[in-house]
Design a protein around this ligand. Structure first.
Ligand code: NAG
Ligand code: NAG
Ligand code: NAG
Ligand code: NAG
Length: 280
C-alpha cells in the first residue's frame, strides 16, 4: 500500500495523476465548485452555499436519503436507501420546498435541479446489518454537468490510500430543530478511532469497510434523512485548485445524532464501484 499523509508529496502526486489524465480518479473533471458571491443542519450544521455541493443528490424513495454523483450516469448511496419501488433522483437540488430552482437575495431565480428516473439499482450483495452499506444507482439517461450538477472525485488508483482528519457531510436530514431541513445543510466532522464507534454499538465491531467520524465535544453529526450522502474532504492540489474527494457514505448513527456516526469506507469498495460502472 502506498500510504500518504497530507503534505507536499501527496499534493504533487494527486496533481500529477489528475492532470495526467490517468486512472487516478473516476471522472477527470470532478470535485470543483463554482465560486459564489452569495454566501448564505444536519446537527450543528449550517446552510450550504448554492454552488458548494453540485455532486449532492436527493434520492426520492420510500425513505428520504442523500447520494452523490460519481459520473454522468451513476449515483453512489447507501444500500439501506434502496427499495423495490420505482426510484428517482433530484440533481442540483438545494431548497426542497422550492424544488427545481433557487432564488437569490436579489430576487433573481435560476433553475438548478432536475429529476431523473433510476433505471437500474446495484446493491452490494453482502449488505447486511449495516455492513457493506453501499449501492449504485444508474440513471435512465446521462446528466449534463453545469454549475449546479457536477461529479465528486473518487480515487480509483489501486494501492493508493489516503485518509484526511476532517470531513464535510451534507444532507437534508433532521436538524437541531428536530425536523427535516428545507435547505441543504453542511457540517464538519472529524475522523474518530473505530473503538469510539464500537463503544457505542457493541454489536457492530467496525472493520476496514467502515469509518467512524463525528465530533465528541460539539456533537456535529449526521442524522435521520442524511443517509447515503457523502463524507468528503477538500484537497488543494499543487496548482492551487481545490477538489472535493469522497471518502465515506453516511450509513448509521445513534437515535439522538449525538456526535458519533458510522460511515461506509468508500476506499474499501473501490473495485466494486469501478466494476459495476465499467460492466454496465
Ligand atoms: C415504474 O417504472 C416502470 C418503468 O419505467 C414503469 O413501466 C412503471 O409504470 C412504473 N411504476 C409505477 C408504479 O410508477
Ligand atoms: C498492489 O500491492 C500488491 C501487494 O503489495 C501487489 O501484489 C500488487 O501488484 C499491487 N498492485 C498494483 C496495481 O500496484
Ligand atoms: C463542529 O462544528 C463547528 C461549528 O461549525 C466547527 O467549528 C468544528 O470544527 C466542528 N468540529 C469538527 C470536529 O470538525
Ligand atoms: C467543506 O466545504 C467547504 C465549502 O462548502 C470547503 O471550503 C471546506 O474546505 C470543506 N471542508 C473540508 C474539511 O473538506
Amino acid at each position: 500500500m502506498e500510504v500518504f499523509k497530507a503534505g507536499t508529496a501527496l499534493l504533487a502526486f494527486l496533481f500529477i495523476w489528475i492532470k495526467g489524465g490517468s486512472s487516478f480518479v473516476l471522472e477527470q473533471n470532478c470535485g470543483t465548485r463554482t465560486p459564489s458571491e452569495f454566501a448564505p443542519k444536519i446537527k450543528n450544521g449550517a446552510d450550504t452555499s448554492v454552488f458548494a455541493n453540485p455532486w449532492m443528490v436527493k434520492i426520492n424513495s420510500e425513505r428520504p436519503c442523500g447520494g452523490s454523483l460519481l459520473t454522468s450516469r451513476y449515483v453512489l448511496t447507501a444500500a439501506h436507501c434502496i427499495f423495490n419501488s420505482n426510484m428517482s433522483v433530484s440533481l442540483g437540488e438545494y431548497e426542497i420546498q422550492n424544488p427545481g430552482k433557487h432564488c437569490f437575495l436579489n430576487g433573481k431565480c435560476v433553475p438548478t435541479a432536475y429529476k431523473l428516473n433510476v433505471d437500474k439499482k446495484f446493491v452490494h450483495r453482502d449488505f447486511y446489518n449495516s455492513k457493506n452499506d453501499i449501492a449504485l444507482l444508474r440513471l435512465e439517461s446521462e446528466v449534463e454537468f453545469s454549475d449546479f450538477v457536477k461529479p465528486i472525485c473518487l480515487i480509483v488508483k489501486n494501492n493508493f490510500s489516503f485518509m484526511p482528519l476532517s470531513f464535510n457531510i451534507t444532507g437534508w436530514g433532521i436538524t437541531k430543530e428536530e425536523k427535516l431541513s428545507r435547505i441543504l445543510q453542511i457540517a464538519t466532522v472529524g475522523y474518530l478511532h473505530k473503538s469510539l464507534c464500537n463503544q457505542k454499538w457493541e454489536e457492530m465491531r467496525l472493520d476496514g469497510s467502515q469509518l467512524c467520524a463525528g465530533d465528541l465535544k460539539q456533537g456535529n453529526d449526521s442524522c435521520a434523512g442524511d443517509s447515503g450522502g457523502p463524507l468528503s474532504s477538500s484537497i488543494t492540489l499543487a496548482d492551487g485548485s481545490v477538489r472535493a474527494f469522497q471518502f465515506g457514505i453516511i450509513s448509521k448513527g445513534s437515535h439522538f445524532c449525538s456526535g458519533v456516526g458510522i460511515y461506509t469506507n468508500v476506499e474499501h469498495f473501490r473495485d466494486w464501484i469501478v466494476d459495476v460502472i465499467r460492466k454496465n
